[in-house]
Every structure is written in C-alpha cells, then in structure tokens.
Write a protein that binds this ligand. Structure first.
Ligand code: UDP
Length: 253
C-alpha cells in the first residue's frame, strides 16, 4: 500500500492501482480539489479495465498517473477485500458524476459533456438541467468526432468549463484523457463510460434491490446479451485474484 497525493490509500489489484475510497470520501476529494483550485483526473477501475491492462490494451503507466481511481464494480471491491482485507464499497461512475453535478450546481462550477451520440448527449444535457436547475452546462459535444481532437479541445477550453465528463467508452476515453489532459482547461476530468446513455434514459440501471445484492452486472447482461463479450473476462479476473491470494498466502508462510 502506498500514499497518494489526492487520496488516502492506493492499493494494487493484479498490477492495477485503485484507491480505497467510498462515495462520500470521493466527493470530499473532488470538493477539496475544486476549492483549492487543484486538478483531478478520475478514472473508474473495474475488472474489464484490469484485464485490458493485462492484455496490453490500456497503458498502466498512464493509469497510475490519474489522481483518483475509483473502485467501480463489485469485482474490484471483492478483490480489495480478498487481497487486503479492507472493507470498501463500490463507487460507480454514474453515482459520482451525479454528486459532482450537485457540487457544481451549488458551487457555481460549470460542466462540459463530451461523448455518446448527438441524441444521447443532448438528452443527457437536458435531463441534467432538469435534475439540477442551478447546473450550468458550458458546452457539450457528441463522441463521434474522428480525428478532430484539436477542435474538440478548443471548444472545451473556449467554453470555460471547470469540469469535463468524458464518455467515449473504454479504453478510448482513458487514452483520450491522458493524451489531452495537459492542454485541457477543466480542472476536474472524469471518464464516465456509458453514463450519458443512462442519464439520457436509453439504458436503465438495475432496480435498487438488484444493485443491493450485487447482481447489476447480471441484469445488464440479460438486457443486453452482447455484453457477454465484455463480461467473459470476469471469471478470468476472479480466478487471477484467487491465484494471487493463494500465492501471497504461500509467500507469507
Ligand atoms: N462512444 C463515443 N464515441 C465512440 C465510441 C463510443 O462517444 O467513438 C460512446 C458510446 O456512444 C457510449 C459510450 O461511449 O455512450 C460507450 O459506452 P460503453 O458502455 O461501451 O462504455 P463503458 O461503460 O464500458 O466504459
């Protein structure tokens, strides 16, 4: 375990760093950062991403430079418990995004929404405005801009947004954030995956009781069987975590 600037504790899951935070402490980190005029890149860590790093599809060097790596997904929470004996709870990207929108609405910070189709992006923006009437959306752009990154960066910077949500899917959005964060104006940048689709109402989250019993992944799989291609890595992830646990037990004996 090591200390990290933006957060209390950072642990390592199969070679991938993740921060031991809950929703409340993650929100406090964001609030502190906004008040101190600091900068924060927030990336969600889930088993799919851990396996993407292991496959070489996501650069671990870049990932480790993110100031806040939230434990998204019950697989990561279980792995932290099994490998470190730490009881943490899940911090989903969508929950944290809502909390950041609340902070922005009350603190007078503006946001920019980047990603998803034009229809989803526009609908998500108007839903957020309805949910948080004080929220100022400084700008927005769909996520199918090809190689026009310079134009997008200019548009984001010209908007003067304090907070940027990037919803380009993984690992595209992580790569995009790390490649461009040095020239982006917004001080808080969060990679939010498919969250705009959820906020737009095109993708439904599982009912609360299904979330409580940790079966949201199964609900999403049943609603969208194409996800099986992504979720196929989950048993592999679990197997690797158990193997690491056993290896550590032997190493300690
Ligand atoms: N997306 C995008 N540009 C692209 C590819 C994808 O904006 O070139 C958007 C897509 O419309 C969707 C999101 O990225 O809103 C991908 O969501 P997915 O569920 O694949 O991401 P995850 O939740 O796994 O990060």
């Amino acid at each position: 375990m090591e200390m990290h600037a933006a957060n209390p504790t950072r642990v390592n899951i199969l070679g991938v760093p993740v921060d031991v935070v809950d929703l409340e402490s993650a929100v406090e980190i964001v609030r502190g950062c906004l008040e101190r005029c600091g900068r924060l890149r927030i990336v969600a860590i889930n088993p799919e991403k851990v396996m993407a790093v292991r496959r070489g599809a996501l650069d671990i060097g870049d990932l480790a430079t993110a100031e806040l790596l939230i434990p998204d997904g019950i697989g990561v929470v279980g792995a932290v418990r099994m490998l470190y004996g730490l009881g943490i709870s899940r911090v989903t990207g969508v929950d944290l995004m809502h909390e950041i929108c609340k902070l922005a609405a009350t603190g007078g910070y503006s946001v920019y929404l980047l990603g998803a189709t034009e229809e989803v992006n526009a609908r998500a923006a108007s839903n957020l405005e309805r949910m948080y009437p004080e929220l100022r959306i400084a700008g927005r752009h769909h996520g199918y801009f090809g190689h026009a990154t310079d134009e997008i960066v200019n548009d984001i910077n010209a908007s003067g947004a304090d907070i940027l949500f990037v919803a380009l899917g993984s690992p595209r959005q992580e790569r995009w954030i790390f490649e461009n964060s040095g020239r982006l104006g917004p001080r808080i940048i969060q990679g939010v995956g498919g969250t705009l689709d959820t906020i737009a109402g095109f993708v439904k989250r599982a009912p609360a009781f299904v979330q409580r019993i940790h079966l949201e992944w199964l609900y999403r799989l049943i609603r969208d069987p194409r996800r099986v291609r992504r979720q196929i890595v989950l048993p592999l992830f679990a197997l690797n975590v158990v193997r690491e646990r056993v290896q550590r037990a032997f190493a300690n004996n």
